[in-house]
Design a protein around this ligand. Structure first.
Ligand code: NAP
Ligand code: G4F
Length: 322
């Protein structure tokens, strides 16, 4: 019998890669489609799987739609990836972010508890919860100190996941994922903003690239590697929380340099620092320790930052040339 999975956020970067992974394993994949006026299926189309997933109307802020989705999909595994995921917007839309990313996760947990408490649940937690870091390298025991409304909302969802595991015995795991990127990354995030701009500058379509704080450091990995960790978590006998990261941290400046050098351009000629992109509070450094995931899940990242960024530049060049 094929397993059934339900994914919130199926139209996002991770939702698309996770769908591809699960379809490859023989799952029937169902996804919540929050209706938007513009085309949100482009990532699923790009991976050639838009017709293979089964979409169900719903929204994380509407518990009744989630209950119906659990019933319709008959899900054995539920992956809560849906979110207002752009940190920068969370200061402009703090209440929406709290409703979708915080209360929304609680809604999914409630739907699981009501419809099928035996279903396995995955919560998309984030290294943003570490914020003002309390240890040089962050692992599952590092105290949290969120620095954005997004981080605060995600922290609520994280603790709700732990709480439902401890209160009701749900198989509920929280993946504390550090930044992960791909050619399917939204254009507002810094890696994709950079790789798209580098490709445009190379093709003569744009002159400059405007960024905010280029001294912040991130632990960047490839989204395709990270969705495997999500699946591995739901396959374990016991639910638990895991840090998923590469163990290497790099400044935005260096990431940017890799992109420019890949196409033989000088970063200094194009980069403009623009205060408009500086945030009210910054997460200066993130560096994750994935030792537990390696030991217990057998998970390791396979893609270097150089492979990731140059691959994203190449993908943007191909797209723009078409
Ligand atoms: P993403 O590309 O921004 O995708 C977000 C998804 O959430 C989209 O499918 C979006 O639908 C959906 N969504 C937004 N509001 C919704 C609502 N009210 N109801 C239902 N769905 C809604 O994000 P991602 O990079 O794939 O990340 C996946 C998850 O991991 C997110 O929860 C994110 O916060 C978390 N995370 C990401 C990273 C990372 O580096 N990528 C790291 C740690 C944690 P539309 O397409 O219709 O907008
Ligand atoms: O790419 P970013 O917007 O990612 P950020 O804020 O780290 O959040 C991402 O990773 C989190 C995991 O840690 C996820 F939970 C979250 O959903 C999201 O996927 O910014 C990265 C860094 C920041 O320090 C930002 O200030 O790049 C800096 N930056 C500098 N100039 C910029 C820009 N970021 C963006 N988006 N745009 C700029 O122009």
């Amino acid at each position: 019998m094929n397993k059934h999975a339900l994914i919130t956020g199926i139209t996002g970067q991770d939702g698309a890669y996770l769908s591809q992974l699960l379809l490859g394993k023989g799952y029937r994949v169902h996804g919540i489609l929050a209706r938007r006026s513009s085309d949100t299926l482009w990532r699923l189309r790009k991976l050639g799987i838009a017709d293979e997933v089964e979409l169900i109307d719903g929204d994380l802020t509407d518990l009744s739609s989630l209950i119906r989705a659990l019933q319709t999909s008959k899900a054995d595994e539920v992956y809560n990836l849906g979110a207002q995921s752009f940190v920068g917007s969370s200061w402009q839309q703090p209440l929406l972010t709290a409703q979708v990313d915080g209360v929304g996760a609680l809604n999914v947990l409630e739907a699981v508890r009501i419809v099928n408490p035996a279903a396995r649940f995955y919560q998309a937690s984030t290294s943003e919860m570490f914020g003002l870091i309390q240890a040089e390298m962050q692992d599952e025991s590092t105290p949290f100190y969120p620095r954005s409304p997004y981080g605060v909302a995600k922290l609520m969802a994280h603790w709700a996941t732990v709480n439902y595991r401890e209160s009701f015995g749900l198989h509920a795991s929280s993946g504390i994922l550090f930044n992960h990127e791909s050619p399917l990354r939204g254009i507002e995030f810094v890696t994709r903003k950079v790789t798209d701009a580098v490709a445009r500058i190379k093709l003569g379509l744009q002159q400059e690239l405007r960024l905010g704080n280029i001294d912040s450091k991130r632990d960047w990995g490839f989204a395709g590697d990270y969705v495997e960790a999500m699946w591995l978590m739901t396959q374990q006998a016991e639910a638990d929380d895991y840090v998923i990261a590469t163990g290497r941290t790099t400044t935005v400046r260096e990431m940017c340099r890799i992109a420019f050098e890949h196409v033989g351009l000088s970063m200094e000629d194009a980069l403009v620092i623009d205060p408009a992109f500086v945030r009210p509070a910054e997460v200066d450094v993130l560096l994750g320790n994935p030792a537990k995931a390696k030991a217990k899940l057998g998970w390791t990242p396979r893609t270097s930052l150089e492979q990731l960024i140059t691959g994203m530049v190449d993908a943007d060049l191909r797209r723009l040339q078409r």
